[in-house]
Design a protein around this ligand. Structure first.
Ligand SMILES: Nc1ncnc2c1ncn2[C@@H]1O[C@H](COP(=O)(O)OP(=O)(O)O)[C@@H](O)[C@H]1O
Ligand SMILES: [Mg+2]
Length: 266
């Protein structure tokens, strides 16, 4: 049986800078995998390259339910059932979320009326009903944008969902809600790749497997005990246990590499 996502020897570079340096990853249908890693390790780049953002030189293979997607356009990948929820969701003034869902459902070949009915039902549970008749993400708070992203994902029935720091910038109640929404979507036709910087969301949802990305590679994979190890010792302790040398020294890194918009655990 195919995996939802099967990634082999994935490399990506911008100019002469190699960002992904050989990523191998399999996410089975029905599974939720978490990718954790320090800032600047390549997590967002992995999402961008899988969804087809331009500007990277890419090699390797990424199969979505058995179909190679790396040579397809962004929209073709989306139509096949690849969905990304963004770390920084974009605002689309003038386009209502309900209209976006209807159009996207048509493109995906899913019944638009049934999709909107499900969207309303789920929106009630997510406290997001009023978002449907407003412009996409316009004037929503950080937490509301993330709920809107989850809503889109839940009703569009993707085969693989890439959730890039869906928990960043959220207070603890919102993290719990988003985790519950992801758990609710879990099912035999979906594989989820959840990118996170902190282990706190993993307290509220069960990841089948946890992968740690450092310097553009998956350096360790395991169960919940891996998140516990990171919680206790941080990325540096894991780096030392694995005997890894940092590729760039701290002095060479930009200040922005050390910060996210996520406050430290509350
Ligand atoms: N378009 C780009 N041009 C040059 N460097 C980039 C580009 N995009 C990302 N990078 C660099 O690649 C590294 C990985 O970035 P990113 O994938 O955003 O990391 P993460 O999401 O794990 O924090 C960082 O050092 C970042 O500065
Ligand atoms: Mg990122």
């Amino acid at each position: 049986m195919n995996s939802a996502l099967s990634i082999r020897d994935l490399h990506a570079s911008v100019g002469s800078v190699e960002i992904l340096r050989g990523v191998d990853l399999d996410v089975g249908f029905g599974e939720v995998h978490a990718v954790m890693g320090p800032n600047g390790s390549g997590k967002s780049t992995l999402c961008h390259v899988l969804t087809g953002k331009e500007g990277y030189h890419v090699s390797g293979s990424a199969l979505l339910d058995g179909t190679e997607v790396l040579d397809l356009d962004v929209d073709a990948r989306a139509r096949l059932g690849l969905l990304q929820a963004f770390q920084y969701p974009v605002e689309i003034p003038g386009v209502k979320l309900s209209e976006l869902l209807r159009e996207a459902a048509e493109e995906r070949g899913v019944d638009p009326d049934e999709t909107l009915a499900r969207a309303r039902e789920l929106a009630e549970r997510l406290g997001a009903v009023e978002f449907l008749d407003r412009s996409v993400n316009d004037d929503l708070s950080g937490g509301e944008k993330k709920r809107s992203e989850i809503l889109q994902m839940a009703v569009l029935r993707p085969k693989a969902a890439l959730l890039d720091e869906i928990d960043s910038g959220l207070d603890i109640d919102a993290v719990r809600e988003v985790a519950a929404a992801v758990e609710e979507m879990r099912g035999p036709d979906l594989g989820v790749l959840l990118i996170t910087h902190y282990s706190r969301i993993l307290k509220y949802l069960r990841a089948d497997r946890i992968h740690v990305m450092m310097d553009g590679r998956i350096v360790s994979s395991g169960g919940p005990e891996l998140a516990e190890e990171l919680e206790a010792g941080g990325y540096e302790a894991l780096r030392q246990r694995l005997g890894l040398q940092p590729v760039t020294s701290a002095a060479e890194r930009r200040p922005s590499d050390f910060f996210t918009d996520t406050p430290f655990d509350v």
